[in-house]
Write a protein that binds this ligand. Structure first.
Ligand SMILES: [Zn+2]
Length: 127
């Protein structure tokens, strides 16, 4: 069985699958913005980018930190010639499970009144 990394791929389609035209609505808008230096030069220019992982949150909870799960990403755009909506960019990804971000505890009202969780600053003028 292949690993998640061995299954990774990125495919780009530069022509509409319906009519073969190469101009896309959002692709041409972003190309114009790139020429003017008004957007990230690495941006592909899609209508929508959808990404995720192919595992339920319940099953992912059982995956160890550092292990990988398969994921995906694709961008859609609209053919400027025939209006066909298609995915010019398609990716199968590997997503490595990382530790959850640390929880931020904000002191509740009782804790604030007691000064718990409130940073104390040493002001020499006050001592
Ligand atoms: Zn087309």
């Amino acid at each position: 069985m292949k690993t998640d990394q061995e299954m990774e791929f990125t495919k780009k389609f530069d022509k509409c699958p319906a009519c073969g035209h190469s101009e896309r609505l959002f692709g041409t808008i972003v190309a114009g913005l790139k020429e003017r230096g008004l957007t990230d030069p690495n941006q592909d220019g899609c209508w929508e980018v959808i990404s995720g992982r192919m595992i339920s949150p319940e099953k992912e909870a059982k995956v160890n930190i550092g292990e990988t799960v398969p994921g995906f990403s694709f961008g859609t755009d609209i053919c400027s010639n025939c209006g066909c909506i298609y995915a010019p960019i398609l990716q199968r990804l590997t997503i490595k499970k990382t530790p959850p971000p640390p929880e931020i505890h904000l002191p509740n009202r009782a804790e604030r009144l007691r000064g718990v969780g409130i940073p104390q600053f040493n002001n020499p003028a006050m001592s």
